[in-house]
Design a protein around this ligand. Structure first.
Ligand code: V47
Length: 416
């Protein structure tokens, strides 16, 4: 391949030989503006693993509570509430089951369950939820609780992390989502989330999950105060753990959203904090550096369905699924749809010249679509009844409840 940016030639040679990229190679990629060359390299690396297949799960996100002990210190999140704050909610188990049932005719194959760090909700609540969902929807995989939620429950219960994970597995959880890995750089973390897990603690939870037989996803929140070096070091830390455990299924870059949170106010951003250029480059570099993680997923609620579709040619082999109802990013200003229909997902994948494959949480094939014509899919195109209280959002009126630590400036501005 000939790149417009000659500094990419060395990396291109390595990719052609399937040779592992170094920290310097990754920085070269991030610093280059030759997006099409970077995308072509990532596309080649992806095709070598996945051919033209693009996976998706018919999934439903469920967020049992937004009450979070980090409400005042985690400056980038717009989802969290104090217990008495406007919009705070904690679902009873019956409400969670009702929300899951409301999407019954969507042919859901995966529940994606993440929420706040509630000061009082015990492990038993979550175990009863997993068992109840399993009983009611035996064919649906449960992907539940980010590392920071698992560590919080372990602290609350005075248990070892591994014992919490074991109990989750016995209650029916099949994998862990990737959230809570903001960016591992101590400097960035000190600005955005000083009481969340450190990078090492995050990695330790995932190492423990892999050891008890729970595969997981990994993420990187980007577009806030991190530097390009921080991004690279984050990716290298994920790659190193994967070399050790082989337990990561998917890498998902999470584009920072600035509305209704303290960090967004401090940075003076609204709507989005990343650009289409950065989103595509970031996904491509992730694919190239993470040579040992089988799948790279694009999260359309964050980067828009159209950028997600384009990213299928930039190294991505997995498109976020139907979602049914997304709260975390819409609280933070995402202007994307709350869900996509099964048909729309297939249409986006086909429109990029790829072969859609419906999968379960563990990437086992549920269905392929050689004989598919639009309109055949079983999903209700309009999604769940939006008028129901369970499917409504009222964004926070104040980014800050009390206390504040203002970041100086966005490191990403200078980087692009
Ligand atoms: O942990 C919070 C991030 C995560 C914002 O594993 C934000 O398939 C951007 O875990 N702007 C939760 N990001 C979501 C999550 C996830 C999402 C999609 C797929 C998967 C998967 C997992 O969302 C949090 C945090 O890292 N987040 N606030 C924000 N304002």
């Amino acid at each position: 391949m000939t790149a417009r940016d000659a500094s990419l030639d060395r990396v291109a040679d390595k990719v052609a030989r399937s040779e592992r990229l170094t920290r310097d190679d990754a920085l070269t990629l991030f610093r280059s503006h030759d997006l099409l060359a970077i995308g072509a390299l990532a596309d080649a690396a992806n095709r070598a693993k996945n051919g033209d297949r693009v996976y998706f799960a018919a999934n439903q996100h469920i967020n049992p509570t937004n009450v979070c002990v980090l409400r005042n210190t985690c400056v980038f999140c717009s989802f969290a509430r104090m217990p008495q704050e406007d919009g705070a909610y904690t679902r009873s188990l019956e409400e969670v089951f009702a929300e899951a049932d409301a999407a019954r005719d969507n042919a859901t194959r995966e529940f994606h369950i993440v929420g706040g760090l509630h000061p009082k909700l015990e492990l038993q609540y979550y175990l009863d939820m997993f068992r109840g969902l399993r009983e009611r929807h035996p064919g649906v995989h449960i992907k539940a609780l980010t590392a920071v939620e698992v560590a919080h429950l372990a602290r609350l219960e005075g248990m070892e992390v591994v014992a919490v994970l074991q109990a989750m597995k016995e209650a029916g959880v099949t994998s862990l989502p990737g959230g809570g890995a903001e960016v591992f750089s101590p400097a960035a973390r000190a600005t955005i989330a000083d009481r969340k897990l450190t990078g090492d603690e995050w990695l330790a939870v995932h190492r423990a999950a892999h050891r008890v037989g729970l595969p997981s996803n990994c993420t990187m929140l980007y577009g806030h105060v991190e530097t390009l070096e921080d991004r690279v070091d984050h990716l290298l830390a994920l790659r190193e753990l994967q070399d050790e455990t082989h337990g990561f299924l998917t890498y998902i870059p999470l584009a920072y959203h600035p509305d209704h949170n303290e960090l967004g106010e401090a940075l003076g951003r609204t709507g989005t904090a990343t650009t289409g250029f950065d989103d595509l480059k970031n996904i491509a570099v992730g694919r190239l550096v993470l040579d040992n993680i089988p799948h790279v997923k694009t999260h359309w609620p964050m980067v828009t369905p159209f950028i997600s579709q384009v990213s299928l040619g930039f190294g991505c082999d997995d498109l976020e699924g139907t979602v049914v109802f997304e709260r975390v990013y819409h609280e933070a200003g995402a202007g994307t749809p709350m869900w996509l229909s099964y048909d729309e997902i297939i249409g986006l994948i086909r429109g990029a010249g790829k072969e859609p494959v419906e999968r379960d949480s563990l990437y086992q094939t549920v269905r392929t679509f050689e004989d598919w014509t639009p309109g055949q899919a079983v999903a209700r195109p309009e999604g769940p009844a939006p008028q129901r209280a369970l499917f409504q959002i009222s964004p926070r009126t104040r980014a800050k409840v009390r206390g504040s630590r203002m970041p100086a400036a966005s490191a990403v501005d200078g980087a692009e």
